[in-house]
Design a protein around this ligand. Structure first.
Ligand SMILES: [Ca+2]
Ligand SMILES: [Ca+2]
Ligand SMILES: [Ca+2]
Ligand SMILES: [Ca+2]
Length: 493
């Protein structure tokens, strides 16, 4: 600027005036984001540029010198590149599963006095990468299922978590084990692929299979997917589904043949026998106790509840019964309780030979009545047929001998006509010798209805018999009338 000075006389002088305006820090820095990635993958390497930042300040000098910074706690650096330009870069590995997004506040301050600052916050979101495999709650599971379970019932659940999101964190379950005892696992166990619930595919039997292991896998749906394995020990628990099985005395043999001997002069405490039983179940379900269920003289015998030993409680006396039939019950301690019984015959004797006849008789006696009846009926039927056949043969034989039926004399009640048909030789050659062959007597008197005798024939009054002999038959022409009128009853001895 030129300054003119002029006096009254008209003289003028000039000078140049230079005015210097000194800066005052009246402008805050300006933050300009020139390039910014709103999202970056969580697995971005260290040094990845997130943004380019221009820090500007209108002031000059120190008032215009700008320094940018970000909070030190963040995993980023603001690096000065050139002039007022800065790069915002990652300073360490990021993990979306820990911090999924960041609000980065960039602060710019000049060096003026008073110092002016400015700040701008940018939001950075980390995108997910499938960097986590599913993790089971336990590496080793123990699952219990009671035997006799309904097929298809659920009994356990495995669970795995995956901290990733979306498909990367979507877990499906599967069973890796192929076979159990050469049987496909699918016939034992199945798994809900979404929920991890285990289902029994069959009704288990604790007595056949008590435990088995399966490998389960949890797999996410990321690409590539990640997976983890766990072991499930499946324990079948026992149910009281087996009654005690008595091994001794054997229940296979007939009850009548189970004899236990008590020698004469046995003293108190003598071990008569020991009932032995087993139970296929386990624990309380197989905890057996022995009891005398039926015993004629309860004061005579005692059974060890745990041992099954049957002992006499006092010295054997002459008044004691020589034979006693007792029933022993073996029961388990399960719920519901199951039991078995066995019958024993106690015999006061030294050995088997002493009671052998008695036992044999008992066997005969114990044959079922129905069998005896059956044999009796068969015997009667056979003898009746034999009798009728014999009579028919006799009559036919006589018919041939007779010229005319009218030659027959009328039947006289006083005569007590009896027919003794001696069997033809073909019939006499039976199992009985001749004097004991079946002789047939026929009577018209119902009071004398014995017809057949198993007696020596020489004692039979042959006069009153119809013989097969022709001469006899000619004198006693009874023929058809006899057949129809005479057969009253057949008895045999
Ligand atoms: Ca992830
Ligand atoms: Ca994952
Ligand atoms: Ca059982
Ligand atoms: Ca049992």
């Amino acid at each position: 600027m030129t300054v003119e000075a002029k006096d009254g006389g008209g003289l003028v002088s000039y000078c140049k005036l230079l005015i210097k305006v000194s800066d005052v820090n009246d402008n805050a820095p300006d933050i300009l984001i020139t390039s910014f990635s709103y999202t970056i993958p969580e697995d971005s390497p260290v040094g990845t540029v997130i943004a380019l930042v221009n820090l500007d300040d209108l002031d000059s000098g120190e008032n215009g010198e700008v320094v940018g910074q970000i909070p030190e706690s963040l995993p980023f650096h603001l690096i000065s590149s050139s002039g007022n330009y800065y790069k915002l870069v990652t300073s360490m590995n990021l993990d979306r599963e820990k911090t999924s997004e960041y609000n980065i506040t960039i602060k710019a301050e000049d060096k003026g006095s008073p110092q002016l600052t400015n700040s701008k916050t940018i939001q950075l979101i980390l995108t997910d990468v499938n960097d986590n495999a599913p993790v089971f709650d336990h590496i080793n599971y123990v699952a219990y299922i009671q035997e006799n379970n309904p097929s298809g019932s659920s009994f356990f659940r495995v669970h795995a978590t995956d901290p990733d999101i979306n498909e990367n964190g979507k877990v499906i379950y599967m069973i890796l084990t192929n076979n159990i005892e050469d049987i496909p696992i699918s016939s034992y166990i199945s798994i809900n692929t979404v929920s991890g619930v285990l289902y029994a595919q069959r009704s288990f039997d604790y007595e056949k299979l008590r435990e088995f292991y399966i490998q389960v896998m949890a797999k996410d749906s990321g690409s590539p997917s990640r997976s983890a394995n766990a072991t499930v020990k499946i324990c079948i628990t026992d149910q009281n589904d087996n009654a005690p099985k008595i091994l001794y005395p054997s229940q296979d043999s007939e009850a009548a043949s189970v004899f236990e001997f008590i020698p004469h002069f046995s003293t108190k405490g003598y071990l008569v026998t020991k009932v032995v039983a087993v139970d296929a179940d386990s624990g309380h379900n197989a905890w057996l106790s022995y009891h005398l269920l039926q015993v004629p003289d309860p004061s005579f015998l005692i059974i060890g509840q745990n041992t099954g030993e049957i002992r006499i409680t006092r010295d054997l006396q002459e008044t004691d019964a020589l034979r006693q039939r007792i029933v022993v019950m073996v029961k388990d301690n399960g719920y519901p309780m199951l039991s078995s019984t066995v019958t024993l015959n106690l015999v006061v004797a030294e050995n088997f030979q002493q009671v052998l006849p008695e036992i044999t008789n008992q066997h005969i006696d114990t044959e079922s009545p129905s069998n005896a009846t059956f044999y009796l009926v068969i015997s009667i039927a056979l003898i009746s047929i034999l009798f009728i056949f014999t009579v028919l043969l006799a009559v036919i034989s006589k018919c041939r001998k007779q010229s005319s039926p009218t030659a027959l004399h009328p039947l006289s009640r006083d005569l007590y006509p009896q027919v003794a048909l001696r069997c033809p030789s073909v019939f006499s050659d039976g199992t009985l010798p001749f004097p004991y062959t079946y002789d047939v007597c026929v009577t018209l008197d119902s009071r004398q209805n014995e017809v057949a005798y198993l007696k020596p024939v020489q004692n039979v009054p042959t006069d009153n018999l119809i013989d097969t002999d022709d001469s006899v038959s000619a004198n006693n022409p009874l023929k058809d009338n006899l057949i129809s009128a005479s057969i009253a009853q057949v008895s045999f001895f």
